[in-house]
Design a protein around this ligand. Structure first.
Ligand SMILES: Cc1ncc(COP(=O)(O)O)c(C=O)c1O
Length: 401
């Protein structure tokens, strides 16, 4: 791809035209929060303006059709139905709402990976401390990523109550084999919860192939939605088993008699009544935008840019690439000699390049295994250009210590 050919591509030109932020920054922090496209910004701002003009509750009533469309757009992204989607504040809330649907007893086991996301690991450890749940982390393959055979063995336990896996952990490009693990969970009859926070908007997702009961995600990352909103997919099977979160509110339950309630029939039983309508509409717009481009196309382009970036970083003296695993997504991590990553992030930001830092405490098992205290994280997506990658590499060269 020569830069001239690349910018001649009318699709890339249109994507960048839709993205005001690319005029200001080389944005390689899409795993943190991507630059939203114009339709997302318009959807959020237009609803806030209606709230100001006619009142928040009244604007919500007026937007009921658009809100329904947002559920449909998110569901379509996953191969699900609107009834399977709960809109929640963020991925962590979605994940914890799913965990709260299990009545864990002392000695019950959560089977997970050594690379699950920090907040998920903290939730498992909290369940361990508070309820006596046992956390079983499957072994990794020598090349990185969870060993499915180890997961299969752990799922044989009588006490295995849940398989919980983070698809793409935040602190490296690793892609876990979530579809193969879904087949193992189904064979063992163990419910399956996937954290798809970094996968949504970065690659195609089909919950039927994953065979998961729950899948959590957020809007602001590769999906390019607004901050402060996320969602939880709940399978029809989990709904039919009457699974619901421990702390229901008036959205999820209907109070019929003094001592009785009924569950909402759909995934909305995992929501709260107070609802960020503007952000939900922004999330819907982001889901439609991604679907229009095509998730296969997004994945191909994002991964090609990431591979190019890894190659360029590998050529910089002393830089150590930290992404391990059979399959790598568009998250690139590297240790840069002489730099504490958060300071390098600031130095790059001062040069107009947005990146982020992966810290040891975000992923203690993984980072200790790699003997890395901090790492620079660069996460390109389809609207980035090879020119931008070269600019980031040039900035890194100029900051060599
Ligand atoms: C893999 C993964 N899971 C979960 C989260 C948490 O998402 P949120 O901040 O929306 O709760 C993140 C955020 O970086 C993440 O990378």
């Amino acid at each position: 791809m020569s830069p001239a050919t690349e910018l001649d591509d009318p699709r890339l030109a249109a994507w960048r035209d839709d993205t005001p932020g690319v005029a200001n920054r080389v944005h390689l922090n899409n795993a943190g929060a991507a630059l939203p496209p114009r339709p997302v910004v318009r959807a959020v701002v237009a609803h806030l303006e209606r709230e100001a003009a006619i009142g928040g509750y009244e604007a919500a009533d007026e937007a009921a059709g658009q809100v329904h469309d947002a559920y449909a757009a998110v569901a379509a992204l996953l191969g699900a139905e609107p009834r399977n989607i709960a809109m929640v504040e963020n991925a962590t809330v979605g994940f914890n709402q799913a965990l709260a649907a299990f009545d864990f007893q002392p000695g019950d086991e959560i089977v997970t990976s050594r690379n699950d996301y920090i907040s998920n690991q903290l939730a498992y450890l909290s369940l361990s401390r508070r309820l006596g749940v046992v956390v079983r982390r499957a072994a990794d393959l020598p090349e990185g990523g969870v060993d499915p055979e180890s997961v299969r063995e752990l799922l044989q336990s009588r006490r295995a109550r849940l398989l919980a896996i983070t698809w793409i952990p935040t602190n490296s490009g690793l892609v876990q084999p979530v579809e193969a693990l879904g087949a193992l969970a189904a064979a063992a009859g163990v419910p399956y919860l996937i954290d798809a926070c970094q996968a949504v908007g970065q690659m195609p997702i089909d919950v039927r192939r994953l065979r998961c009961d729950f899948l959590s995600a957020t809007a602001r990352k590769f999906l390019r939605g607004p901050r402060g909103i996320g969602f939880l997919y709940v399978s029809d099977e989990a709904l039919a088993r009457d699974m619901y979160p421990l702390h229901l509110d008036m959205r999820g339950g209907h109070w019929r008699l003094a001592d009785e309630f009924e569950l909402a029939p759909d995934a909305r039983r995992f929501e709260n009544w107070e609802f960020a309508y503007a952000l939900v509409l922004g999330l819907g717009a982001a889901a439609r935008y991604a679907s229009t481009i095509g998730l296969g196309e997004i994945e191909r382009r994002a991964r090609a840019l990431a591979a190019r970036l890894r190659h360029g970083l590998g050529d910089l003296p002393g830089v150590r690439l930290l992404d391990h695993g059979r399959e790598l997504a568009a998250i690139v991590t590297a240790e840069v000699p002489g730099w504490h990553a958060p300071e390098l992030v600031q130095a790059l930001r001062a040069r107009g390049v947005n990146t982020s830092a992966a810290m040891r405490e975000y992923a203690v098992i993984d980072m200790d295994g790699k003997r890395a205290a901090t790492a620079l994280r660069l996460s390109p997506t389809y609207y980035n250009t090879t020119d931008e990658l070269d600019a980031a590499l040039q900035a890194l060269r100029s900051l060599r210590r």
